[in-house]
Design a protein around this ligand. Structure first.
Ligand SMILES: [Zn+2]
Length: 303
């Protein structure tokens, strides 16, 4: 409960930031950010700070890190990992291309870390992107920040007595999303395919779609059992029930918006009708407010 209240506070604070600051590290003050580690299995941790949630697998073969928030936080992140691991970071997996998940890439690459991500993460990070729903241009990343290894469907890591299964799921939050399943530890890092307890961002111009989000969550639900720990892209540590609840919201909201589109309503009319009012109080206080959530679904269904 307290964790939930704190999360709400964080998302409210985050939603007060100008949008331009959420996806780029320019002008953000990271001096007060603290990187916190939460142990969720024998050698798996969730790390939080500012930006997307990180996952860490420790062990004698070297650390696998999932996502790396913003560049000014790299020293704090590596210090937090050094406090839980005797070995250095060997691999970094990016769940997708957004700057709050890839901002530390260049620093970590310079330190010798091998970056791995889906082909479309490489493709989008190598060129300038225009994020239409936020009217924001994201410049190409420096060469060192790009994945050194990219894959089209899936890739598996065999380290630290763990089977780390990285699976690409199509056109959900973006067109380059991967989930990371630690099979033995029974932990899944979902990237931004799950925002725990909040409406998710769907980056339509980045290849995302409401149908893909729902399908990706269906896949996550098919892997998870009641014991599975789920690291969401944003929000507190979750479980299968939390993903199921969000999935139900997305399916219902898509149906409601579709009906209004079929009846001839414009985006503005649908937003004014507040078709998801019953969910807004719980899910609509985050970075994505109810109007923007409807805009994602509307754009996705009509484009
Ligand atoms: Zn994202």
């Amino acid at each position: 409960m307290i964790a939930k209240v704190i999360y709400r506070l964080i998302v409210v604070l985050l939603s007060c930031l100008p949008v331009s600051q959420v996806f780029s590290q320019n002008a953000m003050d990271f001096s007060q950010v603290e990187i916190k580690s939460q142990k969720i299995a024998d050698n798996v941790y969730m790390l939080t700070g500012s930006g997307g949630n990180m996952g860490v697998l420790t062990g004698a073969d070297g650390v696998i890190l999932i996502d790396d928030q913003y560049a000014p936080l790299t020293d704090k992140i590596t210090a937090a990992i050094a406090a839980i691991s005797d070995t250095a970071i060997r691999f970094l997996i990016n769940t997708h291309y957004h700057g709050d998940h890839t901002g530390g890439n260049q620093n970590l690459a310079k330190a010798g870390v091998i970056i791995v991500a889906h082909d479309n993460v490489y493709r989008r990070m190598s060129t300038e992107n225009f994020m239409a729903s936020f009217n924001q241009t994201i410049p190409a990343s420096p060469t060192e920040a790009l994945p050194v290894i990219s894959f089209s469907d899936n890739v598996m890591f065999h380290v630290n007595n763990e089977e780390v299964v990285v699976t690409h799921l199509q056109n959900g939050h973006t067109d380059g999303d991967s989930i990371i399943y630690f099979r033995n530890a029974n932990v899944i890092h979902t990237g931004d395919l799950v925002f725990n307890g909040a409406y998710p961002l769907i980056d339509i111009s980045g290849g995302g779609s409401i149908d893909g989000m729902i399908a990706a969550q269906d896949y996550i639900l098919s892997l998870a059992d009641d014991e599975t720990r789920i690291i969401p892209g944003h929000g507190t540590l979750g479980d299968r029930a939390a993903v199921q609840a969000l999935n139900d919201v997305l399916i219902t909201a898509r149906e409601r918006v579709r009906k209004l589109i079929d009846a001839g309503s414009t985006l503005e009319q649908i937003q004014a009708a507040r078709p998801n009012a019953d969910y807004d109080a719980v899910y609509g206080n985050g970075f994505i407010n109810p109007d923007r959530f409807i805009e994602f679904i509307y754009t996705s269904l009509t484009q």
